[in-house]
Design a protein around this ligand. Structure first.
Ligand code: COD
Length: 322
């Protein structure tokens, strides 16, 4: 098999270059095998089929075969091109899909019409899940108009109310994904409502602790600062007006939110109001996991698959202890 030399790969700056990299990997290494948990939904089937037609993935669809075939038919997709495996319930589909990845027979796990919590519990199963001993966390990758870089935001979908230790691992997982996407030293903004350390605000205090840990080299591979408010994290003008001196202010690549409610509203605002092109992926497991909201557009699911293809190639998962 031809070797890929990633040293020449430029930092991913937008979704088109992310897609190009996924296509290059698939061309050289072949499609990644993706196990889809509860595939009986049109956007999922459409996204997976598009990725299949592009040669990015070889999908295995778990769920109700009749329903999957019917939806595929409605989308004018030939069902005989699809590898469909029966599962009685969405939870069983999550279990079977996870086990396929766990056995090494698939490279990527993808959530379909199953509740996030059921899907994630399968991945966390002690016997046949995808645990590594590290924290699993969700990262949203997105492009935004007027910026020449791609953004990452975490965690708006998995960790409900992370404590300080969990938040550090959320930062580390997002930094790993940034490295995978060629951003070699990402700037991480720990978001709060303010950019001063107000002792009354727990988030700001926690952010200041993490920033100090990063200053002392306890978190590596990124430039990290906080607390920062969203405006002065991503707008150099806002940072200047507020007189903030920080290597991250106005230049953040990664935005870390305090809890799932903030992150989920952030995520859905991007999708519904700003109509951004985005991708959602769980990091920290033995294999990349595509986790998007059940109602997310087909393009979000497709771009998530592309991101997972890159991650499956570039993260040394074999190093992760089972
Ligand atoms: N990474 C690694 N291990 C974890 C993690 C994690 N993020 N979360 C829990 N664990 C481990 C714990 O250490 C423990 O060993 C075991 O799993 C069970 O832990 P609990 O009891 O805290 O976890 P659960 O099973 O009650 O919940 C885990 C979920 C991921 C299901 C839960 O956090 C959840 O429902 N998250 C929100 C998902 C969601 O609804 N998202 C909506 C947006 S799409």
């Amino acid at each position: 098999m031809e070797m890929l030399d990633f040293r020449d790969i430029q930092p991913i700056r937008d979704m088109n270059s992310l897609l190009e990299l996924a296509r290059l990997i698939a061309q050289v290494k072949g499609p990644k095998r993706v196990a889809v948990a509860a595939a009986e939904e049109a956007h999922v089937i459409q996204a997976v089929n598009e990725a299949r037609m592009e040669g990015l993935v070889h999908p295995v669809l778990f769920g109700n075969p009749e329903r999957i075939r019917r939806i595929a038919g409605e989308l004018h997709i030939r069902a005989h091109n699809l590898d469909i495996r029966p599962a009685q319930t969405p939870a069983e589909a999550a279990e079977l899909a996870t086990q396929l990845v766990s056995k090494g027979e698939a490279d990527i796990l993808m959530k379909g019409m199953v509740h996030s919590s059921d899907f994630l519990r399968a991945a966390l199963n002690r016997e046949w899940g995808l645990r590594t001993g590290r924290l699993l966390s969700h990262v949203l990758v997105y492009e935004a108009k007027g910026y020449d870089r791609i953004f990452m935001m975490s965690d708006g979908a998995m960790n409900i109310n992370p404590d300080l230790k969990a938040k550090i691992q959320i930062v580390e997982n997002a930094v790993t994904l940034a490295h995978v996407l060629g951003v070699s030293e990402p700037r991480v903004a720990l978001l709060a409502a303010v950019e001063v350390v107000n002792p009354e605000m727990d988030t700001a205090v926690e952010d200041a602790i993490i920033a100090k840990m990063a200053d002392r080299g306890q978190i590596k591979g990124a430039v990290i600062d906080g607390p920062l408010a969203l405006d002065n994290a991503v707008s150099e003008e806002a940072a200047r007006i507020k007189g903030i001196k920080s290597p991250v202010a106005g230049k953040a690549d990664i935005l870390i939110v305090d809890n799932i409610d903030v992150g989920n509203v952030f995520y859905k605002s991007l999708i519904y109001f700003a109509k951004v092109r985005a991708a959602g992926i769980i990091m920290g497991a033995r294999a990349p996991m595509v986790l998007t909201s059940r109602a997310d557009p087909e393009e979000v699911k497709f771009l998530s698959l592309a991101t997972a293809v890159i991650s499956a190639e570039r993260i040394p998962y074999e190093l992760a202890e089972g």
